[in-house]
Design a protein around this ligand. Structure first.
Ligand code: TYD
Ligand code: MG
Length: 455
């Protein structure tokens, strides 16, 4: 056997170092270095997989390439198809990441049962009996769904040869091993080597493969980030364990946009798509509470109404007051607090400030700025905003309210759910139907429109 070298490898970026240190010199991650081996095998596998990905090729005019070869096939699970931009592409490898217990195995079992067979479920974590019991509950005992309780990758490949499935699920990448690679299951070398091999098999057979990857509490894939570069698509499954709502997003997608959000509810019979998301997000809303505002946002193609909440609490002393943001960017919150102080003379320096988006949604777009400003002022002045009001607008450093995209769609979603008034950027070209639209060009004007007297 060739000689192996002991290295310290970063679980985040995959870089290796001869000596251990508290911080990865390549990507800057803390405490991410773990002992690993590096040897000719590992390099050979990586190289072979890399080469296999590129078919020995001759150059061809772009017009002669058949684009339909990578057309997606619908999975029949509407929320999944929405995120994937239509379905799974032949020969593609998709990584489904998420915390243990979030519902990855459940979703994939439902996916396999609906797919046109034969399909293969490689269960390297649970026994075939456990999976069967779950399938009974999910109504997923399909005729052509094959179960393979197996951890060894060569045996998995042999089963793929034998069954010739049209869809394969590997549950999970942390528990399959390639004995040739030598190192322990779940190690960087194993996870990456096995993923490379699976990519190779998928491409060779035009077979879609879905791989499960557990994610740690901190949100990183247990195992290497490098996995993300190996696969075509990275999906993340999120949600709070004690809450039935599950959010599916694409962090990377070679075959389409990554901004669509899929929504599921975990129930007695497994995961069910949530067609009317806005309604769901607003079910528990209590109106007439200071600090609460409803913001119409856009997730991919879909308008979504979410509730934003702010809470402020006066503090004394020289210690900088706490600022906590959940679902909104911390930096954005700080910026808006500064804008409120300088442009609207609302000072929150002597207050702790909490801002959060209800339902586990992350608001990445600046269109929620104005809503957050109003929620903060409502919270600190202890005066609720009108219950039938929605607020849209980006806020600039000068306190100006800037235009956001898809205003008409956002407003019609608000009207559909019974909201009667909206505060929007003054420069908005479109006007909303079915609700009263008020225009503001500055944060001060918006505050006045919402009933707060500007000072
Ligand atoms: P699971 O799919 O095993 O999660 P993962 O593969 O991501 O670790 O989901 C497990 C949880 O889902 C478990 O706590 C029970 C719950 N569950 C339901 O609520 N309803 C169901 O029909 C199923 C199958 C699971
Ligand atoms: Mg599982």
């Amino acid at each position: 056997m060739a000689k192996l070298k002991l290295v310290h490898r970063c679980g985040e970026c995959g870089a290796s170092f001869p000596k251990w240190s508290g911080r990865c010199m390549a990507c800057g991650a803390w405490n991410s270095l773990v002992e690993d081996v590096e040897g000719p095998e590992e390099r050979a596998v990586t190289l072979a997989a890399g080469l296999a990905l590129v078919p020995p090729g001759e150059a061809r005019p772009i017009g002669e390439i058949d684009p339909r070869a990578s057309n997606p096939t619908a999975t029949g699970i509407a929320e999944l198809d929405r995120v994937l931009g239509g379905g799974l592409v032949p020969g593609s490898v998709t990584l489904l990441g998420g915390e243990p217990g979030i519902g990855k195995s459940t979703l994939l079992l439902q996916l396999l049962a609906r797919a046109t067979g034969p399909t293969l479920y490689v269960t390297a974590e649970e026994s075939a009996q456990q999976v069967r019991l779950r399938a009974d509950r999910l109504g997923a005992v399909a005729d052509d769904l094959w179960l393979l309780p197996e951890m060894s990758l060569p045996n998995v490949v042999a089963a793929i040869d034998k069954i010739a499935p049209r869809l394969v699920v590997i549950d999970s990448i942390q528990t399959v091993v390639d004995p040739e690679l030598g190192s322990a299951p779940g190690s960087v070398v194993q996870v990456r080597g096995c993923a490379h091999r699976l990519v190779q098999e998928a491409k060779r057979r035009d077979l879609p493969v879905v791989i499960v990857g557990h994610v740690t509490k901190e949100g990183g894939l247990a195992g290497p980030r490098v996995l993300e570069h190996v696969v075509d698509t990275v999906l993340s499954f999120e949600g709070e364990r004690h809450h039935a709502l599950r959010l599916l997003r694409a962090a990377k997608h070679r075959f389409g946009p990554t901004n669509e959000l899929g929504l599921f509810e975990m129930g007695e019979a497994g995961l069910e798509g949530v067609p009317d998301a806005s309604k769901l997000f607003l079910t528990d809303r209590r109106t007439g509470v200071p600090g609460s505002v409803v913001v119409p946002t856009i997730e991919g193609q879909r308008p979504l109404l979410v509730e934003l909440q702010a809470l402020t609490n006066p503090v004394t002393g020289a210690v900088p007051a706490r600022r906590s943001a959940q679902g909104v960017d911390q930096g954005r919150l700080s910026m808006l607090l500064a804008v409120l102080e300088r442009r609207a003379r609302v000072s929150l320096t002597q207050h702790e400030v909490y801002a959060s988006v209800v339902g586990g949604v992350r608001l990445g777009e600046p269109g929620a700025d104005l809503g957050l400003c109003l929620a903060l002022v409502s919270a600190v002045s202890n005066v609720p905003l009108p219950a039938d009001l929605v607020v849209i607008g980006e806020v600039g450093l000068a306190g100006e309210v800037r235009q956001v995209g898809h205003l008409a769609r956002r407003l019609s979603e608000a009207a559909r759910l019974g909201f009667a008034q909206a505060i929007v950027p003054a420069s908005t070209p479109e006007a909303g139907k079915g609700l009263t639209v008020r225009r503001a060009s500055t944060v001060n004007e918006a505050l006045a429109l919402a009933g707060f007297t500007a000072s």
